[in-house]
Design a protein around this ligand. Structure first.
Ligand code: BG6
Length: 499
């Protein structure tokens, strides 16, 4: 039975004919039926790292893990001096600098990708292609030209472009000279970059995600997302996060004031943790873990306030944030319009003397890199977020990394198909639970360089790229079995959802 409540007001949005059996439209900026698509990021595909005026970015100096130990250049931990050294290093293995050479192949790659019938594609813009050091006043026109062409190509293929403004791609100079987001000054350079691209593409790109996985920090995001150099303290990390919150609010304000038909998203790397046992200590430790590592970020950016639990955490840890009343008002008045999540795995938490710790989940299998496989977790997370925020949700990444084998020119990736079948089923279940999921982008339509591993051999694509970790290979693109499976799935699900 469908029950319509006319003009319900929820989370500050006017909703006409909100159906209590779920899956209805919240806001006319968001489609009624799910947008099926794919996602990748500039730093993992483009290559052309020093072409057409692009400046070096933080990811260009991150080596393959197996080469860290052979040099004094460390993985995700850099000083200004080691960044300089890495830049001059011509012999080291920096696969990210070359990606899959999408820069030169974007037209044919997008045509092949479009063959699956996808309706949206999420990619990012490389900040240092537009502002090579991050400090310039005038943007690099050749860099913009690349994205003009890419976005036009997507539109010509009837694919909705979804743009991440910052996906692990800060100009190296901002990290080296300002220690990334530790400095307040970085907010204004980021704001200038974000406004430049939003204004340029406002008529073509409706959905914008400000920071990729704003919450994922441990041993990783401090450098890749915040741009912090080696030797940061907890205090520095939270100060930098505060500056990212202010930067996000400024982007939302700019869009609201100048381009109200666009939508701005906040993105979490989802890993909603389960309690290891029903012992109350474990259950509460899990609540705290999810608050501190996950909800804190979306609570600030979607609800507009620093929640009580984090204020208490700061007090307990002696963290004092430098902020102004203006920052807090800006954050309060300029929350994001939707939540984007990436989903790969879940974790499990138990109580420990220090508060909480991560433990193995004996009920789940893992992939070769130890990532748990848990399709039900996706339905669980979607329901939790919907309950908490009542805002439209975009599944901005969901994928399975594996070592593929080419046999007689074919890639029979049944394991990947199984993964996606189960995860997509979970998304459809969540939609039936009433969660408003407006898009699903699998990671990734084509092989990319893995972010954490920096290698090619952890493959995610539905299209194979003949390149190895050291950039050797023909670069040929070969469609995998999963490519044909996704094409069929999109067609069938569209049919189902439109009934
Ligand atoms: C997400 C990132 O966390 O996970 C992507 O946004 C990344 O950039 C993806 O590629 C998969 O992780 P990885 O490390 O296996 O590439």
């Amino acid at each position: 039975m469908r029950i319509n409540c006319a003009y319900l007001k929820l989370a500050g949005k006017n909703i006409s004919k909100y159906n209590l059996d779920g899956g209805d439209n919240m806001d006319d900026r968001f489609p009624k039926n799910i947008l099926w698509g794919g996602a990748f990021a500039a730093n993992q595909i483009e290559g052309a790292w020093n072409i057409d005026g692009r400046g070096p970015s933080i990811m260009d100096v991150v080596l393959l893990p197996e080469h860290y130990k052979k040099t004094s250049v460390l993985g995700y931990s850099h000083t200004s001096e080691s960044m300089e050294r890495a830049l001059k290093d011509k012999d080291g293995f920096y696969p990210r600098r070359h990606g899959i050479n999408f820069y030169d192949n974007y037209e044919s790659d997008l045509e092949l990708i479009a063959g699956m019938g996808i309706q949206c594609l999420r990619t990012s813009i490389s900040w240092s292609r537009i502002f090579p050091t991050g400090f310039e006043e005038e943007p690099n026109e050749s860099g913009l030209k690349f994205y003009d062409n890419l976005i036009d190509k997507l539109i010509s293929l009837s694919i909705e472009p979804i743009i991440t403004i910052s996906h692990y791609d800060m100009p190296l100079a901002i990290s080296k000279e300002l220690n990334g987001f530790e400095s307040r000054e970085t907010i204004s350079h980021f704001e200038h970059y974000a406004k430049t691209i939003i204004a340029r593409y406002a008529k073509k790109v409706k959905y914008w995600i400000v920071f990729n996985q704003v919450n994922l920090l441990e041993n990783w995001g401090e450098y890749c997302s915040l741009g912090l150099k080696e030797g940061y303290s907890n205090q520095t990390v939270y100060q930098a996060i505060h500056h990212q919150f202010v930067a996000s609010a400024k982007v939302s304000k700019f869009v609201k004031d100048n381009h109200p038909s666009l939508a701005v998203g906040t993105m979490l790397g989802d890993d909603t943790s389960y309690a290891n046992t029903c012992k109350p200590e474990d259950v509460y430790a899990t609540t705290q873990r999810n608050q501190i590592e996950q909800y804190f970020f979306s609570d600030v950016l979607l609800r507009g306030e620093y929640p009580g639990y984090i204020k208490r955490y700061f007090k307990d840890k002696g963290i004092i944030l430098e902020h102004t009343d203006h920052d807090l008002n800006l954050i309060k008045e300029n929350t994001a319009d939707f939540l984007a999540i990436s989903y790969y795995f879940t974790s499990t938490t138990s109580h420990s003397e220090k508060g909480y710790k991560k433990v193995e989940n004996p009920y789940l299998e893992h992939n070769e890199w130890g990532w748990s496989l848990d399709p039900i977790g996706l339905r669980n997370s979607l329901n939790h977020y919907w309950d908490r925020y009542q805002l439209p949700i975009f599944v901005a990444e969901n994928g399975f990394g594996a070592k593929d084998e080419v046999v007689d020119g074919q890639i029979k990736d049944k394991y990947r198909i199984d993964f996606f079948e189960k995860n997509i089923k979970s998304v459809l279940e969540a939609i039936q639970d009433g969660v408003h999921v407006f898009g699903y982008a699998l990671w990734s339509p084509i092989d990319i360089i893995s972010a954490s591993q920096g290698e090619m051999t952890k493959r995610y694509g539905l299209i194979y790229v003949d390149l190895d970790n050291e950039g050797k290979g023909t670069g040929e693109r070969i469609t995998k079995d999963s490519y044909y499976w996704y094409k069929k799935t999109i067609a069938e699900n569209d049919d189902k959802l439109s009934k």
